[in-house]
Design a protein around this ligand. Structure first.
Ligand code: SOE
Length: 388
């Protein structure tokens, strides 16, 4: 007999849609005991919340999140609202004994994230942060390759996360669609929004980032605020680059911007070790590129005229997550990364082995983000204090 997982969704933007899709499709693809029920969506604008509820099939709407987190017919609170709302909602939801899944970045600052970790741990409620890119099969395969020891001692890690949607000076800041440009709501710019993804993946593959030195830039200094109609200073980082040292002895470079003309969601990484390398590019999401050196050396010939990178099409049943979908050679999409994350979360709840990244794990990413921003302000290397 299926157990109901009664969902209370907060926010109806881009992430509200990706998460809602995941709840609706979970049982079609994954054999878990829980069956999500779309109980309520909450947003301040009742008309927009109702339109979202009608479209996605939520039973009712709420306009006050405080009512939703107290509602007895809700098991799980999904925080898909802007960053400045995460802390208060998560703490209240934890006090009410709800499971919580929260969009990234976990919080505006490390101090906020620490309060959230304390709240979920005191309440003992299952929790997860939606770092969905861990659930791209090719990235999960990279993790497997690294954990199997195939690339050996790591030397380098190189990540980019590039977009181009804020170049025009007349793009306003603030408001429903553009809160990511308003630091009072977002906390930071590309560091929290994009580099948080890169940092999460990097520490998943390598372990802790111990020290960083960063440089940020804000190219457009003033933008009209969508709510006040007035030109206001822009205080988010439009671009951020940082160097990193990992506890495993590897060196990292990270680059992120919303000013890379032509790049829409260019999320890449490469990891180079003594025995091999892996490379991933989200614009070709079903491929993991792998260079294998060790096996070559153990063969008869030391070098071969056929030596080179292997481009692995990660669509076989034995690739991460793929046995749940179609036949080899057929792909899954961006939306499935959220479905895979939800399946892992629910499986973790059912097995008692919580899936990662939970709030405590995402706090470590927040520490790196905060250290990078502080380092950029102060122009010096800083310890991150990450404890993974
Ligand atoms: C910003 O444009 C954004 O939507 C991020 O907020 C997401 O986390 C990223 O995955 C795609 O880009």
């Amino acid at each position: 007999m299926a157990k109901e997982l009664r969902v209370g969704m907060i926010g109806y933007g881009f992430m509200g849609r990706t998460h809602s899709n995941a709840y609706k499709r979970l049982n079609d693809f994954f054999q878990v005991e829980h069956r999500p029920v779309l109980k309520a969506v909450c947003a301040r604008n009742a008309e927009k919340a109702q339109a979202f509820a009608d479209n996605w099939g939520y039973e009712r709407i709420e306009t006050d999140w405080k009512k939703l987190v107290e509602a007895p017919d809700i098991d799980l609170i999904d925080i898909g609202s802007p960053n400045n709302t995460h802390k208060e909602i998560a703490i209240a939801a934890a006090k009410n004994g709800k499971m919580i899944v929260c969009e990234k970045p976990l919080a505006m600052t490390v101090a906020e994230a620490e309060e959230m970790v304390a709240a979920v741990e005191a309440a003992g409620v299952p929790n997860m942060v939606w770092f969905n890119y861990r659930r791209v099969p090719a990235i999960a395969l990279a993790k497997q390759v690294v954990d199997e020891g195939r690339i050996g001692r790591p030397f380098h890690y190189r990540a980019t996360y590039l977009q181009d949607w804020t170049i025009a000076e007349d793009v306003p800041q603030g408001g429903a669609a553009l809160w990511r440009l308003d630091s009072a709501v977002a906390g930071s710019g590309v560091t929290g929004d994009l580099l948080a993804h890169s940092i999460d993946t990097a520490m998943w593959l390598n372990g802790p980032i111990t020290r960083v030195v960063g440089k940020t830039e804000t190219f457009v200094k003033e933008r009209m605020h969508a709510e006040t109609g007035k030109k206001q200073p822009v205080t988010i980082d439009d671009a951020c680059m940082f160097l990193a040292e990992f506890a495993n002895g590897s060196m990292g470079t990270f680059e992120s911007t919303r000013y890379a003309r032509g790049r829409k969601n260019f999320n890449t990484f490469e990891m180079n070790g003594a025995d091999g390398s892996v490379y991933f590019d989200l614009e070709e999401p079903e491929y993991l590129q792998y260079f294998e050196y060790k096996q070559l050396q153990s063969g008869k010939k030391k070098e071969s005229h056929l030596t080179g990178w292997v481009k692995i099409h990660t669509t076989n049943g034995e690739h991460p997550y793929m046995k749940h979908y179609w036949v080899p050679g057929t792909c899954i999409g961006y939306e499935h990364t959220f479905l895979n994350a939800l399946a892992d979360f629910v499986a973790g709840v059912e097995s008692g082995k919580p899936t990662q990244p939970d709030f405590r794990n995402a706090l470590q990413t927040q520490k790196v983000c905060d250290a990078v921003l502080q380092s950029a302000r102060e122009g010096r290397w800083l310890d991150t204090g990450v404890t993974l």
